[in-house]
Design a protein around this ligand. Structure first.
Ligand SMILES: Cc1ncc(COP(=O)(O)O)c(C=O)c1O
Length: 437
């Protein structure tokens, strides 16, 4: 059997399968800030796996928690039954969440969290006697996972165009990417708060009485690190309040310290009604997501007969014991090492280092906040995404893992990153840019 044939059975997600299988990039081991290939080559992890390994790899508390839990209680049915860790974890999450978001529903991924939040929003209005509020509003360039609700409110064309008519009754506000006014912003861009008013346009078109919720990522990651302009999220919140529309923050990547606060909602001082999380919740070790709901929204469900199920929704693996153990080990690690705010302390160094790439070949914008960065490259004429992909390959060969989305190099390292790693990351990207066509 040829080498390529051995790789055939696995249909890889979000991957150029044929290209990958001709020259596979395999990872066999990880610890701290690093991966190792099967041949033992060390790779600096510049993207926390996939925006999820926020405490770094193979952290002892998390490893031990998972091992001990597997031996103690492997599974407990989540419907009409419970196990102690799920309650403890919900409580611990409520303690670090934005004030008021203290009711927690468990899922297994970011995509499931999004579906769950959208369904909560629809059901909430119906329970309040406003069942005509069925419309869901997303934003252009948004990413909310890959299930039907998520791609419907999402705004990435490649993720939508192959999959039919999607959910009915969805609309989108404008995205906030405005390089003409905001290129090379450090932190929140100065211009664009007024883009939130685009929601008023959709309200005028559809009428507020038909709109259930608006969902946005406080910081959009998958579309190339789009940081909200100063005042933008505040204005979105005000408009939602004025019209009785729920605001959902998708914090699947911006949560758990990424922006220098536990959640981006806290960094930006805007509290949504529902918040979706996943990824950093378990440090990426066991799949798990959650929706954090406001007390008021939750309590609206708790009004029917007490013997009746209040929300006909849930997953076999909601609050899975291994995931709960991993999450508790993760939250302990974050707390012991101050990782949920470490991004704020490192932000000046990070920002300075990343913006030193300004002026290098192909760079047209650099965006940074917390421990996130997007380095946007001019696309190669007629070959969009190729230049960034070549930069990714060059960095990989230099022993540094970055990620690309479109023609943007996106960085989101583990929050344990040290200054010497930042220097290595920036050096590798600079070297790649200097020799790229
Ligand atoms: C904002 C956002 N929402 C949802 C998701 C989907 O999460 P998952 O891949 O765990 O389903 C992602 C994944 O990157 C994301 O960035």
């Amino acid at each position: 059997m040829s080498h390529a044939a051995e790789l055939d059975a696995y249909w890889m997600p979000f991957t150029a399968n044929r290209q990958f299988k001709q020259a596979p990039r395999l990872i066999a081991k990880a610890a701290g800030m690093h991966f190792w290939t099967p041949e033992g080559r060390e790779i600096l992890d510049g993207i926390a796996g996939l925006w999820c390994v926020n405490a770094g790899h193979a952290r002892p508390r998390i490893v031990q928690a998972i091992q001990a839990q597997a031996a103690e209680l492997d599974f407990a049915p989540p419907f009409n039954m419970g196990h102690p860790l799920a309650f403890t974890l919900a409580d611990r999450l409520a303690q670090i969440a934005p004030a008021g978001l203290d009711r927690v529903f468990f899922t297994n991924s970011g995509s499931e969290s999004v579906e769950t939040a959208l369904k909560m929003a629809l059901a909430y209005h119906r329970l309040r006697g406003e069942g005509q509020r069925t419309r869901l509003i997303g934003r252009e360039c948004g990413y909310h996972g890959v299930n039907f609700g998520g791609i419907s409110v999402g705004g990435m064309v490649a993720n939508r165009k192959m999959f039919g008519s999607l959910l009915a009754g969805v609309d989108h506000i404008r995205h906030t990417h405005d390089p003409e006014r905001n290129a090379y912003s450090r932190g929140q861009p100065a211009h664009g708060a007024e883009l939130a008013e685009d929601l008023e346009r959709l309200i005028a078109l559809h009428d507020a009485s038909t709109i259930a919720a608006v969902i946005v990522e406080p910081v959009a990651g998958s579309t190339g690190v789009l940081i909200p302009p100063l005042g933008y999220l505040q204005r979105l919140r005000e408009i939602c309040n004025r019209h009785g529309i729920l605001l959902i923050f998708d914090e699947v990547i911006s949560g758990f310290g990424r922006t220098g606060a536990p959640f981006a909602a806290q960094r930006f001082g805007v509290t949504p009604d529902l918040m979706t999380v996943a990824k950093g919740l378990t440090n990426g070790c066991v799949p798990m997501g959650a929706v954090l709901a406001s007390r008021a929204l939750h309590d609206t469900f708790m009004t029917g007969p007490e013997h009746a199920i209040e929300f006909f929704h849930g997953y076999t693996y909601s609050g899975h014991p291994l995931a709960c153990a991993a999450a508790l080990g993760t939250l302990d690690t974050y707390a012991e090492e101050g990782l949920l705010t470490r991004g704020a302390a490192l932000e000046p160094v990070w920002t300075e280092a990343l913006h030193s790439l300004r002026g290098l070949p192909h760079v047209i914008d650099i965006r940074t906040i917390g421990l996130v960065a997007g380095i946007e490259l001019a696309p190669r004429p007629g070959e969009p995404t190729r230049r960034a992909f070549d930069a990714f390959m060059d960095c990989w060969q230099q022993g540094v893992l970055v990620r690309t989305t479109g023609d943007t190099i996106a960085l989101s390292p583990p929050l344990i990153i040290e200054e010497r790693h930042i220097a290595q990351l920036v050096e590798a990207i600079g070297t790649a840019l200097r020799r790229l066509a």
